[in-house]
Write a protein that binds this ligand. Structure first.
Ligand code: HEC
Length: 308
């Protein structure tokens, strides 16, 4: 690296020349109460028979997001018991990823359309989230965020107050309510890399965005001091959100290294929504200096040398 390069403020979004970075169109749709459990309840979802040989994105990707949103935003009562009047059914995003100075940058641009203000989240108008896995969680590469979404998560069909996203293997199934595995077992799982990481930008247009990050194992946990940095601008209704963090952000974070495929999924909470009232994507792959056809998001080196 050139001596002066460090002066470019590696975390700052301006370190990346976005015009040179390939763009991926990803449509996020309103999923109502279609949880992981529901998708795998016999008879509920014809996709279950061929999964995981065929992945979610393999069947639905870039085709069904719009129609799924259309049907679910005001779906039947057993799918959407609390529809939001006037809620747009899906949001189209343009996603770019790049790395520079040992930092991964993710840029998400979208126009959420006319969003009714439902006042669920009084503090933030919009939240943009990415879930990241490095292969530590079996199934995530075939299903992305869906594996964290269960019917007993608060605001879902069998809502249990205080239950956040979690991974199925952290539970011991028991009729009348699953049991969460012991602290010791959970610590072993975490040490083996069995957790997902998430990055979030909390946004009020015109104000600096707030970064939150953390992990999902038996519950969603937030790091006290986020390693992730975020920025957001809104111009003529178009939101441009940039999230970044060091490729190696230390314990509690996935190490991002060359020649490895990662899985990411995106969510957007628009119109002061919280909990399940968001838009979600199917799973996508990400690779540093990735090659077209091998990964969806290629994260090239912007300006500088490759990471390898
Ligand atoms: C083999 C193809 C296939 C795969 C793989 C597949 N699906 Fe589906 N999915 C379908 C079809 C077909 C439907 C239409 C309704 C039905 O037949 O169940 C559907 C319906 C849905 C719906 C709407 C459900 C409803 O009740 O309205 C959602 C949401 C969905 N799929 C998500 C997923 C997710 C998430 C995955 C990955 C875990 C996935 N699908 C995997 C074929 C597939």
């Amino acid at each position: 690296m050139v001596a002066g390069a460090a002066m470019l403020a590696p975390e700052s979004a301006s370190a990346v020349d976005w015009a040179k970075v390939p763009e991926k169109n990803i449509t996020l749709f309103y999923p109502a109460q279609i949880s992981w459990d529901r998708l795998f309840t016999p008879g509920r979802h014809s996709g279950q028979r061929r999964w995981p040989e065929k992945t979610c994105v393999g069947c639905h990707g870039d085709i069904d997001e719009g129609p799924l949103g259309d049907s679910l935003v005001d779906g039947e009562k057993d799918k959407e018991p609390a529809p939001i009047a006037g809620k747009p059914p899906f949001v189209k995003a343009k996603v770019k990823t790049a790395h520079e100075n040992d930092t991964l940058f993710v840029r998400i641009e979208f126009d959420p359309g006319k969003q009714p203000n439902v006042k669920m989240d009084k503090d933030f108008e919009t939240k943009v989230t990415m879930i990241l896995d490095d292969g530590g969680v079996k199934d995530s590469k075939n299903a992305g965020c869906w594996i964290t979404c269960h019917s007993d998560v608060e605001s879902m069909r069998w809502s249990v107050a205080g239950t956040t996203k979690y991974l199925t293997d952290t539970r011991i199934p028991k009729s009348g309510g699953d049991i969460i595995k012991s602290e010791e077992e959970l610590a072993k799982m975490r040490a083996a890399g069995y957790f997902l990481e998430y990055w979030q930008a909390r946004i009020n247009p015109g104000k600096p965005a707030v970064a939150v990050d953390g992990t999902i194992l038996e519950k969603r946990s937030t790091h006290e001091t986020p390693a992730v940095k975020v920025s957001a601008t809104v111009t003529k209704g178009v939101y441009t959100v940039i999230m970044s963090r060091k490729l190696d952000a230390g314990p509690g974070y996935k190490k991002i290294v060359p020649d490895k495929k990662y899985t990411v999924g995106f969510a957007i909470h628009a119109g002061h929504t919280s909990q399940r009232f968001h838009y979600v994507s199917f799973e996508r792959s990400l690779m540093l200096d990735g090659i077209e056809g091998v990964a969806d998001l290629l994260a090239p080196a912007s300006g500088g040398g490759a990471a390898r």
